[in-house]
Each structure stands twice: as C-alpha cells, then as structure tokens.
Ligand binder design. Structure first.
Ligand code: SAM
Ligand code: SF4
Length: 353
C-alpha cells in the first residue's frame, strides 16, 4: 500500500476512474469497510463543541432518506462495496422512531455487518434491550464529565441522570463493552478526564477521549484552546498507571492504553488524537448523511448526492458507481493542520460523528 504523507496534499484529483469492482478503495490504496450513517441532524442536547444554543437550520423532512431508501443504500454498501461494519449516529439517533426497524433491516443483510451505535444516551434506558434484540452489537455513549452541573453547562441541558441510566441499561442489555465517548472542555477537561476514567473503571465501561475537532456549527474552535492527546495522557498518567495496549491498532482511531492497579490490568482507555496525531493514512471510513450524501471524510468539502440519484430512478449499478467515485477521490488527509484549512460547512451534528 502507498504510504500516505499526512497534511499534504489535502485535495486529490484522481486522473484515472475508480475501479468498477472490488472493495471501496481510494487512490492511496485505503479500503473503506466501515460506514458511518447519520440518521438525523436533530438532537435533544446542544453540546457547545457541536451545536449552537439555537438558530441552526434543520434539514427539511422531505430531504431526509426514507427508511426504504436508506435500507437500499445499506444493501448496496454491504453486498456490492464490501462494507463490513455500520455505525449509526447523528444528530441523535435515538430521536429517530424507525431506528429499531433500520437495525433489523441491517441485521438481515448478507454478509451481516457488525452494527454499532453512537448516542448521547437519552432514552437509552428504555430502549437498550430492544436495540439489542433488533441486532445492535455494541454502543458508544457520549459523556464528557461526571459532574452533573458541568454536564448541564456543556450540553446546555439538565439530562445527566438520563445518560447514567442509559449507560447502565446498555450494560444490563449485554451491549458490552459499553464505550464512553468524551470530548473534553478546554477549561475543566483535565479534571473531568481523571474523574471519568475512575467512573468508567468502577462501572466496567471503556473510556474513549476524543480531541475536539473544528466541526462546531459556530466555527469557534481554536487550536490553542483545545486539549491535546498529550496533555490528556500526561494528566491521566499522574493519577493512573498506564501501559500501551499490545493489541495491533489496525485502523482504529483510538490509541489504547491498559490501566493497572496493584493486582493487574483493571481496564482500558483510548485516546483519539484526530488533530494532534492524525490517523488518516489508515482510515477505513465512508460516510452517509441523513439527506443521502456520501462523504469520503469528516472534513470533506465535496459530497456525492445519492438521494438525487435514487429519486431520479437510478439503478443499483449507477448508485454503486457514484459511491465508488466519491471514495476514489478521498484526500490523503483531513488537512486540519494545513495553513489553508477550511472547516466544512456542515457541522458535526449534520455529518455524523
Ligand atoms: N448525538 C450522539 C452523541 O453525541 O454521541 C451522536 C452524534 S455525535 C456528533 C457523535 C460523536 O461526535 C460524539 O461522541 C460527540 O462527542 C462527538 N463530537 C461532536 N462534536 C465534536 C467535535 N467538534 N470534535 C470532536 N468530537 C465531536
Ligand atoms: Fe447532540 Fe451528539 Fe452533537 Fe451533543 S455531540 S449536540 S448529543 S449530536
């Protein structure tokens, strides 16, 4: 495989067409087997690093894929393009009433993909068991602090107890290992990270700390304010004994660390250094938005409109070719660290994290 230099070039103009068969490949030889599907741009929280307090324009309902349209695209992804893993996200996927139906339809695909969900956990307490029955394999629940007042400040909603209940229900439903996604507040984040790791170890959850990325709707991300993976690791190491996890990392975004106490390994923590130590060269992800756009990267400036093709009567061959072409044009890296980096217009809540 070609070694991908990170940073430059951030825009690739392929001179040859995408292969018509085989895996979903780009010009750097990376193969996309992991599909991130955003089911909605709506959410019941307003996390400061993701959504504005108010004033975001929502996708018109008629622009969102219907469950049948989505299921057709998922079938093409799995049966023709080699997608082996599908993560449903949003916005908040639990506000989508047909989530369980989409999971069940995905479960029926052959070969059956691994099915995961990223959620803020609100309403999960009531739905975890049903999600598991519908075919969900694993879950990531977002929680940035275990301090209820700070949770309310970060998410602009007083729903801490709902998230804790959701986490508990996910574990009870057997969705293990339950992972906790945390994006740290620039001011209180280091303190929050230590408390979060303690909480996760105590409850048997796996913590994943994600560097904050420039994907907020307000375009207010500042590099020198956001905490880096190195800052976070240094702090955790002052409170816990950590050693690198020996398992091969593969295309996983998180660098994993084992946590030890006097008796042995008591858990794991992952740090996702998307900004400071980008892992674009091993990226295996393709993305589909709730309004049917394929994105070859979180930070892509171009999208491919599969919804328009679907609704114009395109057959599966045409949809497959358009998806292949979109991924073929994937840039070497996200370009966040390039001087000419431009944040995508879509906020994280409308792309799907
Ligand atoms: N609403 C669900 C949730 O919060 O888990 C799913 C969608 S959310 C966009 C998916 C993940 O993206 C969450 O773990 C969230 O913390 C993360 N996220 C959102 N904005 C981010 C940003 N600017 N930088 C890094 N991660 C972000
Ligand atoms: Fe909603 Fe998730 Fe964005 Fe928070 S991170 S506002 S929960 S979509």
């Amino acid at each position: 495989m070609t070694v991908v230099p990170l940073g430059l070039p951030s825009v690739q103009r392929p001179s040859t067409p995408a292969p018509a068969t085989g895996p979903l490949i780009d010009t750097f030889g990376r193969v996309a087997t992991d599909l991130r599907v955003s089911l909605t741009d709506l959410c019941n929280l307003r996390c400061t690093y993701c959504m504005p307090a108010e004033g975001l324009d929502w996708m018109p309902r008629d622009q969102k894929l219907t469950p049948d349209e989505l299921t057709r695209l998922l079938r093409i992804g799995v049966t023709r393009l080699g997608i082996t893993s599908i993560r449903f996200t949003g916005g908040e996927p639990l506000v989508v009433p047909h989530l369980e139906d989409v999971l069940a339809a995905t479960t029926a695909l052959q070969p059956r993909p691994e099915i995961t969900l990223t959620t803020n956990g609100i309403g999960l307490a009531q739905r975890a068991a049903g999600l598991r029955r519908a075919g969900l394999n694993r879950i990531n629940v977002s929680l940035d602090t275990v301090d209820p007042a700070r949770f309310a400040a970060i998410t602009r909603r007083d729903r801490f107890d709902d998230v804790i209940a959701g986490l508990h229900a996910a574990k009870e439903a057997g969705l293990q290992p339950v992972k906790v996604n945390a994006v740290l507040d620039p001011v209180t984040g280091l303190q929050d990270a230590v408390a979060l790791l303690g909480f996760c170890l105590e409850n048997g959850y796996q913590l994943r700390i994600i560097e904050q990325m420039p994907l907020d709707a307000g375009h207010s991300w500042q590099r020198d304010r956001a905490l880096s993976a190195d800052d976070i690791l240094d702090t955790l190491r002052r409170h816990f004994t950590l050693t690198p996890d020996p398992a091969p990392r593969g295309s996983a975004p998180a660098q994993l660390w084992r946590v030890h106490d006097g008796t042995g390994v008591v858990g794991r923590v992952g740090i996702i250094a998307s900004v400071s130590h980008a892992f674009c060269s091993t990226c295996d992800r393709s993305r589909l938005t709730a309004d049917g756009q394929v994105r070859n990267c979180l930070f892509a400036r171009d999208e491919t409109d599969l919804r328009a093709l679907l609704r114009s009567g395109a057959d599966d061959d045409v949809l497959e070719a358009a998806w292949r072409a979109a991924m073929w044009a994937k840039a070497a890296g996200h370009g966040i660290n390039d001087p000419d980096f431009v944040q995508p217009d879509r906020p994280m809540s409308a792309i799907g994290g």
